[in-house]
Design a protein. Structure first.
Length: 377
């Protein structure tokens, strides 16, 4: 008797719970998977709470094999992406699947049908749900847990996608920089000299974020972000509501010592955002902070010993002036002072040569690669 695979649309609350819960059992024996906090996952998929869905739509499906949950996928239409890039790209995301080509094919078929029904000619992913969130499929670097807001998946996923006809659209690189770089006096001396010259020549002042004026600070970050990344592949400007939504989610874990503005005459021209890797604190909580997880979280938080450098943005007119060197110098100095072992710098587009060159000069090395895939439909 052959296996019976079914694909079911997620329409009821109970089905949505199954969609959210599937990874928690699927990855149970994988020592590198970090269980996301359930309320974060729920908020991300909540069409009333997440402002992404003010301009975009999502449809969810579950796969079952002989009556047991075997996979899941979301089809996503990101109207802001298509307006900004003037193309017809549909997306898939939140993909998880057992190692079964038929189950994966049937899930991809649903996402492709949804995209076609909405006038799209390409299916791209994974996006959860956009480039402003978790995105990409891990294709290299499976030996370490993911840092915060970076995806993780089994090695066989790439085979499932490529078997279906997906091809590489772009690779996203994650670099690791070790605390040992701070002992390289030649490199650190050069970084200090360049930073001093840049600050003096451009009349730049550097300051840390003011969390007491959080709302206004977030808008300044958004202003730089939407300008600095405008020309990047896959970039979609964030609305004010989207930016506030993400900022509010991160507020609990920020350390103002790692968030800096570069200003000229009081106006922001760049900013740098690094966050303590909160994944180290939530691992082992099974996605639950309450009732007892919160105490464990607070204890684990004290043991966090690495960062994720998420964003280093400079407005276009101030590109190539060396402002990023100042940010890197300050992050390294602060991290060493706080006794951290290192940081992941992620993600950087494979063809962002300027950023790659700067990062490599610091002694950082690529240690994980994530891939975005495309398929013409």
């Amino acid at each position: 008797m052959s296996d019976k695979i079914e694909i079911l649309p997620v329409e009821l609350e109970g089905e949505k719970n199954k969609f959210i819960e599937f990874p928690y059992s699927f990855y149970k024996s994988d020592k590198n998977w970090v269980e996301p906090l359930r309320f974060d996952v729920k908020n991300n998929l909540n069409e009333k709470k997440n402002p992404f869905y003010q301009h975009s739509k999502i449809k969810l499906w579950l796969a079952t094999k002989n009556g047991e949950t075997a996979g899941r996928i979301a089809g996503i239409i990101n109207d802001n992406h298509n307006k900004f890039h003037n193309d017809k790209t549909g997306f898939f995301g939140f993909f998880e699947c057992i190692n079964d080509k038929n189950a994966a094919k049937m899930l991809f078929d649903k996402a492709a049908e949804f995209a076609k029904e909405n006038g799209m000619d390409t299916l791209r992913g994974p996006m959860n749900p956009s480039t402003n969130d978790e995105c990409g499929l891990l294709i290299d670097g499976f030996n370490k847990p993911p840092v915060m807001l970076m995806p993780y998946n089994p090695e066989y996923y790439a085979g499932l996608l490529e078997d279906y006809g997906f091809v590489k659209a772009k690779d996203l690189l994650a670099f690791w920089i070790d605390k040992e770089v701070s002992k390289d006096e030649n490199m650190m001396g050069k970084l200090r000299r360049v930073s001093d010259i840049v600050l003096k020549k451009e009349n730049i002042t550097i300051r840390n974020v003011n969390l007491k004026d959080f709302k206004n600070e977030v808008q300044k970050i958004r202003e730089v972000y939407n300008d600095a990344w405008e020309l990047n592949w896959g970039f979609v400007p964030m609305t004010e509501d989207e930016f506030n939504f993400i900022a509010d989610n991160l507020k609990l874990v920020v350390d103002p010592d790692y968030i800096e503005f570069a200003e000229i005459n009081g106006k922001p021209v760049g900013f740098s955002l690094a966050l303590p890797d909160v994944n180290q604190a939530i691992k082992g909580l099974n996605g639950k902070l309450f009732p007892f997880g919160f105490i464990k979280f607070l204890l684990n938080k004290k043991k966090i010993n690495q960062l994720r450098v998420i964003i280093m943005g400079v407005k276009k007119e101030y590109h190539r002036k060396g402002i990023d060197a100042v940010f890197y110098r300050n992050i390294i100095n602060t991290a060493v002072k706080k006794g951290l072992k290192g940081a992941e710098i992620s993600w950087i587009l494979e063809d962002n040569y300027a950023m790659k060159q700067t990062t490599e000069k610091l002694g950082a090395k690529v240690y994980k690669i994530y891939r975005i895939y495309d398929k013409l439909i």
